[in-house]
Design a binder for this molecule. Structure first.
Ligand code: DC
Length: 211
């Protein structure tokens, strides 16, 4: 079973993907982390994430150490990830890894949950279940502020909101695999839902749409 979960930042897709993977005994791949690793590799070496050559080279040179690097969850790295992810050659370089994970999930699992921006549209267009998880930008910014503060980091709402708006626009407007719901995706708006309610709604959708 392949479950594709797409949506903008801080909509709740990572938490949901993890819960579904655990509950259904599936492998989980956070594809945003891969783009973050590429972004961090580029800025860590003093490069420009918008530069196609530099970003493509980083994507091709990506190692498991890069995916385990510290500091992948910062907003600075998120912005760099969003920029490298607009480079078609970067997306192409990372595609096989994601598809292989879905086709042959690790640890003998019989399926996988992948979350990102283009899973239902490009990476796994044949996924058994597709969810597009979204929420108002105001609520997403509030969630991100809380998440950063819980990690002991300073976070100013207005700044987080602005960064998120900029990242949404970049992710939605790029020409290569933009963020958009797949035609056959089920949209789950989490604006007024808590974590448990999101999980329950997603599970109901999966059960009701079982082939
Ligand atoms: O899900 P995230 O916030 O960790 O993702 C960081 C950035 O990576 C996001 O702004 C766009 C990019 N990304 C992408 O283009 N395609 C994916 N499948 C996952 C992430």
């Amino acid at each position: 079973m392949i479950i594709a979960i797409d949506g903008p930042a801080a909509a709740g897709k990572g938490t949901l993907a993890r819960q579904l993977a655990e509950h259904l005994n599936l492998a989980y791949l956070d594809t945003g982390l891969i783009y973050r690793a590429v972004g961090k590799k580029v800025i860590g070496a003093g490069g420009m994430p918008e530069d196609a050559k530099t970003s493509e080279a980083a994507a091709h040179a990506l190692s498991s150490d890069d995916l385990a690097a510290d500091g992948l969850r910062t907003d600075e790295v998120a912005a760099a990830a969003s920029k490298v992810s607009a480079v078609p050659g970067v997306r192409a370089a990372l595609l096989d890894f994601q598809r292989d994970f879905a086709a042959c999930p690790p640890e003998g699992k019989t399926g996988a949950v992948l979350d990102g921006r283009d899973i239902g549209t490009v990476v796994c267009p044949g996924a058994d279940h597709k969810l597009f998880v979204t929420a108002s930008i105001d609520v997403r910014a509030q969630r991100r502020v809380k998440e950063l503060q819980d990690r002991g980091l300073e976070a100013i709402y207005a700044r987080v909101f602005e960064d998120m708006e900029e990242r949404d626009a970049r992710d939605q407007q790029r020409t290569s695999s933009p963020l958009e719901p797949a035609r056959d995706a089920h949209t789950l708006d989490t604006t007024d839902l808590n974590v448990e309610q999101v999980f329950k709604a997603a599970l109901e959708f999966i059960r009701s749409s079982k082939a």
